[in-house]
Design a protein around this ligand. Sequence first.
Ligand code: NAD
Ligand code: UFG
Length: 343
Amino acid sequence: MKNKILVTGGTGYIGSHIVVELQNSGFAVVIADNLCNSKKEIVIQIEKITGVKPDFELVDLKDSGATLQLFEKHKDLSGVIHFAAYKAVGESMEFPLIYYHNNLFSLINTLQAMLKHNINNFVFSSSCTVYGDPDSLPVDEKAVVKPPISPYGNTKQISEEIISDTINTSSLQSISLRYFNPVGAHSSGLIGELPLGVPNNLVPFITQTAIGKRDVLKVFGNDYPTPDGTCIRDYIHVEDLAKAHVAAVERMIGQKQKENCEIFNLGTGAGNSVLEVIKTFEKTSGVKLRYQFADRRPGDIPEVWADTSLANNVLGWKARKNLDDMMRSAWIWEQNLAKGKIF
Ligand code: NAD
Ligand code: UFG
């Protein structure tokens, strides 16, 4: 019998890549998503890649009754990976209550249903945003959690606390994965990021500018205290991220956790500047990108990259793909979307 994993937010950008990796690693998957930021057709795309159609449940996890019903229907779960959340930093500044409501209620309802059904393995999507502007680099998991800059960031901090408190009073065990900057698309070119409206993030803005959907990329600030003046981030390929989730699930199911609440950074361990990302995109795509320097974006920190030793040594996972792979796959995905090959 295959171990069955519930993936909340599984038709989303990161979730869909994890579903593929789970299925390719022999897990059965149930996706629960309300499609507020993804499309049902992603289930078909996943089937094209893996040959297996994952179960799909249209559920709004803000609704506690609907969440309980989901768990009544799927009593045989070995674990849950929780991606369902809103994720746009700027939007969260404008609509904080909508962010707190969705991200926290979805988490609480999921945990309550897990406790009710004695499902104890929980993997959570956290973010390097919890480190704020770190005191030293690379940043490791022991670094102080800084006051959040945005309500979105605060939902990640509060979520980590809710999980920790729940663990202290139940048999739940969790692994929180703090992502740095996930980018790129699946090597099949069949799934990738689908930003709604104007993208906030660098890589989808680059590919949309290159394809002609946007006029010009604004580089937010070229006067930072970095070698070329632009911000530095630790970009990680979404396929590498997917492999780390499978390693986390296998660790939990195999009862290998040393503590009931573990936290791992997921990055490559190296930083790249915005200009380096642009140059790598131009090199791998052969497209000259239209970009101009603009004012700094409020809330951006100059630089951050991960110390990944813990994930490397304890999870036995290491990011393998480089910035060329990230840009190449993101560009293939954008072109496939433009050619109408996906939807
Ligand atoms: P995404 O928006 O593509 O995926 C999230 C999915 O959750 C979507 O399919 C959406 O429809 C679903 N969802 C949202 N609220 C829901 C609800 N109430 N009930 C059911 N489904 C709901 O985002 P993503 O980039 O794949 O991010 C996944 C997770 O990773 C999020 O928790 C996000 O905060 C976290 N994360 C993302 C990044 C990043 O840069 N993409 C970085 C750090 C952490
Ligand atoms: N940038 C530009 N122009 C753009 C978009 C971004 O110059 O049009 C720059 C930003 O200023 C930043 C870098 O590109 O220096 C990366 O920006 P992103 O918006 O792609 O990513 P962030 O590092 O700001 O944030 C990401 C996720 C957040 C998450 C955070 C930490 O979007 O959800 O990483 O995990 F909280």
